[in-house]
Design a protein around this ligand. Structure first.
Ligand code: IMP
Ligand code: MG
Length: 171
């Protein structure tokens, strides 16, 4: 299959440095606490793995497989394919995603988790496409703000391709 060419936007080094910053902020904010890190699959898998390895407080993990995206346009509705297994009640939950775009996915997942009364719930995203937001969602940790361009790599896909690119590029 012929793939469209990609143009680098964020290098592996830039991503690594910023993920280290985020892990430092998380470690400081959760000092003395234990964290339940919940990754949103598939897009967050690489960011999640890199981030949790740099966090210096006790961490347990879980994942939710969900999407509100079909190819490159938002379907606007969240579909959950595989839910979390851990109980979040009374836990300090950090929800980790690759990108916040319209905010629809994170808003829906956040509300599902809040209904189980966690001790706290914060959100961490690698990339924020602020200008595309349709739903206001409180995001506590943001790696990079990018304009409204379609990006791939470092876990982020186009039609499930390009996730293994070690850097972030735009198509
Ligand atoms: P939202 O519900 O519109 O905020 O959708 C967020 C999700 O859409 C992200 O977790 C990504 O999986 C996907 N997404 C948003 N922008 C892009 C992009 O530029 N490339 C690939 N996936 C994207
Ligand atoms: Mg996603």
């Amino acid at each position: 299959m012929t793939m469209p060419s990609v143009k680098p936007l964020l290098t592996s080094e830039q991503i690594r440095d910023r993920v280290t910053d985020l892990a430092d902020l998380v470690s400081r904010d959760y000092a003395g606490k234990e964290l339940l890190a919940i990754g949103i699959l598939k897009g967050a898998f690489i960011f999640f793995a890199d981030l949790v390895r740099l966090i210096r407080v006790p961490v347990t993990v879980d994942f939710i497989t969900a999407s509100s995206y079909l190819k490159d346009s938002s379907s606007g509705k969240l579909q959950i394919y595989c839910d979390i297994r851990e109980k979040v009640t009374d836990k300090h939950v950090l929800l980790i995603d690759d990108i916040i775009d319209t905010g629809i996915s994170l808003d829906a997942i956040r509300n599902r988790l809040l209904s189980q009364n966690p001790a706290s719930l914060r959100i961490c995203v690698l990339v924020d496409k602020k200008e595309r937001r349709l739903v206001e969602v409180p995001v506590d940790y943001i790696g990079f703000e990018v304009p409204d361009v379609f990006i791939v790599g470092y876990g982020i896909d186009f039609d499930n391709h390009y996730r293994n690119l070690p850097y972030i590029a735009f198509l």
